[in-house]
Design a protein around this ligand. Structure first.
Ligand code: AMP
Ligand code: ZN
Length: 495
């Protein structure tokens, strides 16, 4: 029996405002789509928080035994300044300022994004499609929406007709907004004279002569609207209806509201069953954002090279800091909070390492099975990582008491404790054992150093400098490292 059959997972669905029992469309399989980054600059720590939040979701679903298809896009076209329907494309603007090709901008920041997420030990998604790779599909879906009468063409651009859609559907159901309350934005109105109504949004935009990122379409040489790419890529890889759609809280409106409208207009089906929104990371009480400069870059955390920080922190400590908050709560970043997280993380790891040589007895004072279920209960309650971490610290307390032989545990319970700690710390929370990582890293360095000495010894022998070659061999033996000369060269073993 798969774990998901034994555990009842509840997910807070942003569209209902309630925690709902999770039931995927296809038993045992989950389709999840998360809005990816717009790759026009380095990801900041706030962006990372959202992707770490969904990495936790991905990891837990996998841990429960679901076969998960996780699609996270790369926005490499169509996302204009100010999230609006006019203005310069963010990528094109960066390309113009740096005097490079837009695709060089995309490449540079996609690589940065991947490197940083890997440092945080995020698992890669199953599919990572790009907007520019799906222009044809975007054109096709625009045709469908036009055919159904929910969009209109104006001067080579195509707009979604929000008022028309709202006659038979509920535009605003995700964000809780009412169409009549959406006060027209006059600044937008003047720039958007092609629109029938200011609430309408672009599905296709005719490119101005200076707009370099452009593709041919039945309406004009232009580019797709930002909201459309996610509708196209989610439905292409997950189906017209799929299980989970996630993104940062700031994407709820208009981005996700528009995705629902596009999906419903094109297919008549409601595309998403569970909407999940991750909350913001703040710095000095304000949202971290690329545009305002109020942000910290992940590399600055690792090196400590930022005026907000006293010192550097390991990526896993930063991850632990973020997982100590619920993904739906706002989290404020500070040096003090990071120091506290580092302390907590080290305490957790020390206890985990102590598990290796705990004394066992005939009886257990610690009900491990019951505690294990509490760990699951925490995660089943809408991925409540801070409660899970509190449970892990409950185990830390017990481990320390057992270590001092003031309490006992059976060998069988100890095995279950070890497995559960390892499952939740590494597999589910995705934390990394720094001691082990250092060991591995150290091992690599040591291996490289011995190889270097083998080379120097071979050179000494070739020069008939036997005093040096023997010295290298003998002193390595004293250090517990044996060299063995064979016909394929010299190998070594370490005691
Ligand atoms: P962007 O590259 O701006 O499209 O953002 C990528 C993702 O990061 C989106 O899901 C945003 O909602 C999310 N995001 C942006 N700023 C923050 C923040 N300060 N805290 C958490 N997530 C954020
Ligand atoms: Zn999106």
């Amino acid at each position: 029996m798969a774990l998901y059959q034994q555990q009842e997972l509840k997910i807070y669905n942003s569209i209902s405002g309630e925690k709902e029992v999770f039931k995927p469309i296809n038993e045992g399989a989950v389709g999840m789509y998360v809005c990816g980054p717009t790759v026009y600059s380095n990801v900041h720590l706030g962006n990372c928080r959202t992707f770490i939040s969904f990495d936790l979701v991905f990891r837990y679903l996998k841990h429960l035994g679901y076969k998960v298809r996780y699609v996270r896009n790369i926005t490499d076209a169509g996302h204009l300044e100010n999230d609006a329907d006019s203005g310069e494309d963010r990528i094109a603007k960066k390309a113009r300022l740096e005097q490079i090709e837009p695709m060089e901008v995309v490449q540079r920041y996609t690589v940065d994004f991947h490197n940083i997420l890997q440092k945080f030990n995020n698992l890669p998604p199953s599919i990572e499609p790009t907007a520019t790779g799906h222009i044809v599909e975007q054109i096709e879906i625009i045709k469908e929406i036009l055919e159904k009468g929910y969009a209109y063409e104006a001067n080579g651009s195509v707009y979604f007709d929000v008022l028309k859609f709202n006659e038979s559907h509920d535009y605003g159901k995700l964000s809780g907004r009412k169409l009549e309350d959406m006060i027209p934005n006059t600044r937008e109105l003047t720039a958007q004279s092609d629109k029938k109504n200011p609430q309408d949004f672009a599905l296709w935009k005719k490119a101005e002569p200076q707009h370099i990122m452009r593709w041919p379409s039945p309406w004009s040489d232009g580019f797709p609207g930002w909201h459309l790419e996610c509708t196209v890529m989610s439905s292409k890889y997950l189906g017209e209806e799929f299980d989970i759609h996630g993104g940062g809280m700031d994407l709820k409106f208009p981005h996700h509201e528009c995705e629902i409208a596009q999906g419903e207009a094109a297919t008549g089906k409601t595309p998403v069953h569970y909407w999940m929104h991750a909350n913001m990371l703040t710095l000095n009480g304000k949202k971290m954002a690329k545009s305002t400069g109020n942000n910290i870059l992940p590399n600055e955390i690792f090196t400590g090279d930022n005026p907000n920080l006293e010192k550097g922190f390991a990526p896993t400590v930063a991850r632990f800091f973020m997982l100590q908050a619920n993904y739906r709560s706002i989290l404020d970043f500070s040096n003090e909070a990071m120091l506290a997280s580092e302390k907590g993380f080290n305490r957790l790891m020390d206890a985990y390492h102590a598990l290796g040589n705990l004394p066992t007895g005939k009886t257990s004072d610690f009900d491990v099975a019951e505690w294990r279920q509490k760990c699951y209960d925490a995660m089943n309650d809408d991925f409540n990582s801070p409660i899970l971490i509190a449970q892990l610290f409950e185990a830390v307390k017990q481990i320390n008491i057992i270590k001092e032989e003031k309490s006992s545990i059976t060998a069988e319970d100890l095995e279950l404790l070890k497995k559960t700690m390892s499952d939740f710390i590494f597999e589910v929370l995705g934390l990394v054992d720094n001691a082990e990582a250092a060991d591995n890293d150290f091992g690599k360095k040591l291996g490289g150093t011995v190889e270097l000495l083998i080379k120097l010894r071979a050179e000494a022998r070739a020069n008939k400098d036997f005093a040096t070659s023997d010295k290298i061999r003998d002193e390595l033996i004293e250090l517990g490292i044996q060299l063995k000369d064979g016909k394929d060269g010299t190998t070594f073993t370490i005691d």
